[in-house]
Write a protein that binds this ligand. Structure first.
Ligand code: NAG
Length: 472
């Protein structure tokens, strides 16, 4: 395990330094903003520094952090925070356990002439390096300077002081905002407490994604921010997709000629409204119907909203709410003779008995193909033929809010596909190429239900399982 983590760390630092060669700004130091100061990882770094200082100092008394100065952050293999920690000596003895609310008591009893120390500190936060996510550089803590005595009027920075649990205050406000925005109501006070704890941990993760994203994506309190990763995976994603199960036949690679710089099938009327799979792992069915809706529109000039529930209930190869693959669903649709309309076989979001009605088939397909993994060829295919069903690793999606998502490979393994979605177009934002991806988590998720992802380096494996039905 340790060796694996070390490997990942090295991998990340190599990847980051390679990136830095091209861009001198990336990797530089930037000041801590108010938002960072609210972010869990910076607050935790402060707590860790205080703990380390108390552990390694020879003082008999407990020291509390009065404030920090000149705080900066820098993306290294992780996030490095540097700042000057200003500690004050409290009257509490380190060896004594202070029951109740000890540190608050210590703060109240600060003597007017308590000693004050300034220490240059550096902490590296590596969210993936559990259980030791924070590494405090001790050499800074050994070079602290006593500056002067505390004056009675000295303002105490309340969030920071004494590293208690007061740093939850920022998250609590965020949680209240999140509950309002998404209409969350919890059954009991205990459940609410539990959800808050999960939310707080998730905000730390989202913050790490934010810091380490190479695009301009924003991550934060999305509609899924109160779910653990296990809950999110089991409710919304499919089990790992088997990459070997692609359709045998590969679509001919279209001529790459003059592709438009941007292209969007939504503007041509080939894409239905964003749907919501609910708490059922039926993403594969939505990816499949989205593709066929596009194929039918392009070949038969009519946009028909198609039934996912028919696939959940009647596809005998795939596993309904437990996951499936578009490549298998196409074959099952051929076996059944077609798909019914959404309105004739509406979505329920749970496994039901098959209620397929042959007489109500609205569209058929004739075959299916795999599409090239080359993203230029994918773009050419898309322009000429329609939206593409893809598999993707959904790691970065739980906390995605907006912008172009471009996580590092170690946070989004391209061979771990667990979610089925639909590429409907592509574009450029300045010099950043991106795909436009239709998701099936409703319109309150992401960019009105859409996900923008970096185009050109196989981000999150989005080029690994591209398929389409064919309508003749
Ligand atoms: C495509 O499938 C439909 C429905 O099964 C069939 O009627 C049609 O002839 C097929 N088209 C071709 C070109 O095979």
């Amino acid at each position: 395990m340790t060796r694996l983590l070390l490997g990942l760390t090295l991998l990340l630092s190599v990847a980051i330094s390679a990136h830095c060669l091209h861009n001198v700004v990336t990797g530089g130091k930037s000041p801590i903003t108010a938002q960072d100061a609210e972010g869990g990882s910076f607050q935790n770094a402060i707590t860790e520094v205080t703990r380390a200082y108390n552990t390694y100092s020879n003082s008999m008394f407990h020291h509390a952090m009065l404030r920090y100065e000149d705080a900066k952050k820098q993306v290294v293999a992780g996030i490095r925070y540097t700042f000057v920690a200003v500690f004050v000596e409290t009257p509490c003895r380190k060896a004594v356990r202070h029951y109740g609310s000890p540190l608050r008591w210590c703060k109240e009893k600060l003597s007017p002439d308590a000693k004050v120390y300034r220490c240059p500190v550096s902490v590296v936060y590596r969210p993936w390096s559990s259980p030791r996510q924070y590494e405090v550089d001790r050499s800074g803590l050994e070079s602290c300077q006593q500056t002067r005595r505390l004056k009675r009027s000295e303002p105490l920075q309340h969030q920071v002081l004494l590293g208690g649990d007061s740093h939850d205050i920022g998250h609590y406000g965020q949680f209240a905002e999140f509950k309002r925005a998404h209409g969350k109501v919890y059954a009991s006070r205990a459940e609410e407490q539990r959800r808050f704890a999960i939310f707080r941990d998730n905000m730390k993760k989202a913050y790490a994604y934010q810091m380490l994203d190479r695009g301009d994506a924003r991550y934060g309190a999305s509609v899924f921010a109160d779910l653990t990763q296990e809950e999110f995976r089991s409710r919304y994603l499919s089990p790992r997709w088997d990459l070997s199960r692609r359709p045998a036949e590969e679509a001919a690679v279209p001529t790459l000629g003059d592709l438009p710089t941007s292209f969007d099938w939504r503007e041509k009327g080939a894409v239905t409204e964003v749907k919501n799979q609910g708490t059922c792992g039926s993403c594969w069915a939505f990816s499949t119907t989205g593709n066929i809706e596009g194929q039918w529109f392009i070949n038969k000039k009519k946009l028909v909203d198609l039934s996912e529930q028919q696939l959940v209930d009647c596809d005998k190869v795939d596993e309904g709410c437990n996951g499936g693959l578009p490549s298998q669903a196409y074959k099952e649709i051929e076996r059944m003779g077609g798909l019914m309309k959404e309105s004739d076989y509406p979505y329920r979001g749970s496994d039901q008995k098959c209620q397929f009605n042959q007489g109500k088939v609205a569209v058929y397909i004739n075959s299916s193909v795999a599409i090239s993994k080359d993203e230029k060829a994918m773009a050419a295919w898309l322009v000429q033929n329609g939206p593409i069903s893809i598999g993707i690793n959904a790691n970065a999606m739980q906390f995605y809010l907006s912008g172009i998502s471009h996580p590092w490979k170690i946070f989004c393994n391209p061979s771990h596909l667990d979610h089925g979605v639909l590429i409907v177009g592509y574009g450029m934002k300045g010099t950043e190429p991106y795909w436009i991806i239709k998701n099936s988590w409703g319109t309150s998720w992401g960019n009105k239900g859409y996900y923008l992802v970096y185009r050109g380096d196989g981000t999150c494996g989005l080029n690994q399982m591209c398929t389409s039905a064919q309508v003749k």
